[in-house]
Design a protein around this ligand. Structure first.
Ligand SMILES: Nc1ncnc2c1ncn2[C@@H]1O[C@H](COP(=O)(O)OP(=O)(O)O)[C@@H](O)[C@H]1O
Ligand SMILES: [Mg+2]
Length: 236
C-alpha cells in the first residue's frame, strides 16, 4: 500500500466532505442515520459490499458515497471506497490524490491491489480510484477479475462502498448491484422525476440487487420542517 502524492486540484474539481470537516454538524448526523439504517436493514447478516447509484448524473452519488465512507470509518470500521464510475470518476478529486492507476489496472492485472490502493487522512478509510478510463467499463465490471477483486477486498475490509455511474445511462450500475450485497439509490430532492426513480428501482430489481433504501439528497430544510419534526416526535 502506498501513500500517493497530492495532486494540484483546480477549484472547480475541489470537493469538501462535511462528515470530515464538521462531524458534529446536523448534516453529518444525517449521514450517520443513513449508516444506521443500512446496518439495521439486514440484522442477521452484516452487509459488507454496498453500491450507491442514482437515475441520472449530478444527483449526489459521489457526495453521498464519500460521506458514507467517512461515516463508517469514523465508527471504527475498516472501509474501502472504490470508484467504479469509470465514465466520470471523481473519488480522486474528493480525496485529492492522483488517478494514474486504480481499479481498472487491478482488474487488468497491471497493478496489485496493494499498489493501487491509497490511504487517506481519515483513519480506517482507504480508497481505490478508477484508474485510466477503459473503452469497455461494463465488460471489466462483469469480469471474473472483478469477482476475484471483491472476494479479496471482502477479506481485508469491513465495508466496501462503490461509487457508480447513473443507472439509467449505462449498465455498469446494474452489474455492480448484482455483485454487491446491498444497493442504495440517491434521489435528488425536487429534481429526480418519480418515473425515473421507479425505473431505477426496476433496473436494480432486474439485476437482483438488494435495495437497502433511498437517500433524499439536497432536501431544503426550513423552520417549518424543524417544527414538524419536533411536533411529531414521540407521538408516532
Ligand atoms: N447535498 C448536497 N449539498 C451541496 N452540494 C451537493 C450536494 N450533493 C451534491 N452536491 C454537489 O453537486 C454536484 C454533483 O454531485 P455529485 O455527488 O458529484 O453527483 P453524481 O456523483 O451523482 O454525479 C457536486 O458539485 C457536489 O458537490
Ligand atoms: Mg459521481
Amino acid at each position: 500500500m502506498v501513500l500517493r502524492k497530492k495532486t494540484t486540484t483546480s477549484h472547480s474539481q475541489k470537493r469538501s466532505l462535511i462528515t470530515k470537516l464538521a462531524p458534529k454538524s446536523s448534516i453529518s448526523e444525517q449521514y450517520r442515520t443513513v449508516r444506521t439504517n443500512i446496518q439495521f436493514s439486514s440484522v442477521d447478516e452484516e452487509i459488507k459490499s454496498i453500491m450507491v447509484t442514482s437515475a441520472d448524473p449530478s444527483e449526489g452519488k459521489s457526495t453521498t458515497v464519500a460521506n458514507l465512507a467517512v461515516t463508517f470509518a469514523q465508527q471504527g470500521k475498516k472501509v474501502l471506497l472504490v470508484d467504479a464510475d469509470m465514465r466520470k470518476p471523481t473519488v480522486h478529486y474528493t480525496f485529492q490524490v492522483e488517478n494514474i492507476y486504480g481499479l481498472t489496472n487491478v482488474l487488468t492485472k497491471i497493478k496489485t491491489l496493494e499498489e493501487a490502493i491509497s490511504h487517506t487522512d481519515v483513519e480506517h478509510l482507504d480508497i481505490l480510484t478508477s484508474g485510466p478510463i477503459p473503452p469497455n467499463p461494463a465488460e471489466l465490471l462483469g469480469s471474473k477479475a472483478m469477482l476475484e477483486f471483491l472476494t479479496t477486498v471482502e477479506e481485508k475490509y469491513d465495508v466496501i462502498l462503490f461509487d457508480t455511474p447513473p443507472i439509467l445511462a449505462v449498465t455498469d450500475a446494474q452489474i455492480l448491484a448484482n455483485l454487491c450485497e446491498g444497493s442504495v439509490l440517491v434521489v435528488a430532492s425536487g429534481k429526480t422525476e418519480i418515473e425515473k426513480v421507479t425505473k431505477s428501482k426496476e433496473l436494480l430489481a432486474q439485476a437482483k440487487g438488494k435495495l437497502l433504501g433511498a437517500v433524499l439528497n439536497n432536501k431544503k430544510m426550513d423552520k417549518s420542517n424543524y417544527y414538524y419534526y419536533y411536533g411529531t416526535y414521540g407521538h408516532k
